[in-house]
Design a protein around this ligand. Structure first.
Ligand SMILES: NC(=O)c1ccc[n+]([C@@H]2O[C@H](COP(=O)([O-])OP(=O)(O)OC[C@H]3O[C@@H](n4cnc5c(N)ncnc54)[C@H](OP(=O)(O)O)[C@@H]3O)[C@@H](O)[C@H]2O)c1
Length: 225
């Protein structure tokens, strides 16, 4: 499948590499594809990413990534996601599934960043993306864990932990569930329509506190029944 990733940081790169490994053709989108040698925060340069990911991986603009993708992933800085998706182009996104991994984090007062969690109607980033791009099928997913856990859940606790999804379109969620299962996810909990993005994004304050407590040890939420 052709997958476009709008966002070239650690999430875009790690998810992109794994999708290429699984046989997908990936275009990783960045604001300035000419800056191939610039080191990304916590990740490789784009030249390094392409060299490591292989022949089914390319780098382009946000709009080239969105145009390429049958499925598009939003892996941009949450405070810039709406602007980034606008520059990716409404027509390039129209009718497509958009997997929204982004969280709105504010690092202006230092690290760890503060999660901007909006528990009000229309308040979450996922809802605002859906409202801004009404003919896009937004599925919020994978925002509640570290990038390495997203793509290799089996490496943590034998894969016995939980990924959440939400969104308005049942077919889009079924497709995203299958994609997550291909990454190794076994416990995918559908929380309902896109308003559930509020809850998924509100997990970030506790996630950030756990990160401070546990450091780089991989961890995730598990819903025990
Ligand atoms: N890091 C994780 O493990 C993790 C886990 C869960 C969720 N998330 C969420 O996933 C998203 C991506 O995270 P990340 O750590 O990979 O990288 P990030 O630093 O949060 O975002 C990097 C991407 O955002 C773009 N960007 C930054 N400022 C912009 C602006 N003003 N206008 C347009 N685009 C802008 C960058 O553009 P360029 O390509 O031009 O540099 C780059 O593509 C974030 O929303 C984050 O909260 C991250």
């Amino acid at each position: 499948m052709k997958i476009g990733i709008v966002g070239s940081g650690v999430v875009g790169q790690v998810v992109g590499s794994r999708l290429v490994e699984l046989g997908h053709e990936v275009v990783l989108g960045t604001r300035d594809p000419a800056k191939l040698d610039e080191k990304k925060r916590g990740a490789d340069s784009l030249r390094g990413w392409v060299a490591g990911a292989g022949s089914r991986a390319r780098v382009g603009t946000f709009s080239a990534a969105a145009a390429h993708g049958e499925i598009v992933v939003n892996a941009t800085h949450g405070q810039s996601s709406l602007a980034a998706l606008r520059s990716a182009g409404e027509t390039n996104l129209a009718g497509k599934i958009l997997i929204d991994i982004a969280n709105e984090l504010d690092a202006s007062k230092g690290m760890p960043p503060l999660a901007i969690a909006r528990d009000a109607p229309g308040g979450s980033l996922g809802e605002r993306i859906q409202a801004a791009f009404s003919n896009v099928k937004v599925v919020k997913a994978l925002n509640t864990m570290n990038a390495n856990v997203m793509v290799d859940p089996q490496a943590l606790a034998g894969g016995d932990h939980t990924a959440f999804i939400c969104g308005n379109d049942q077919g889009a969620k079924a497709t995203v569930r299958r994609l997550l299962e291909s990454l190794g996810w076994r416990d995918v909990v559908d929380l309902g329509d896109i308003t559930a993005a509020r809850g998924m994004e509100l997990l970030l304050p506790i996630w950030l506190r756990l990160w401070g407590k546990l450091g780089s040890i991989p961890f995730n939420f598990k819903i025990a029944r």
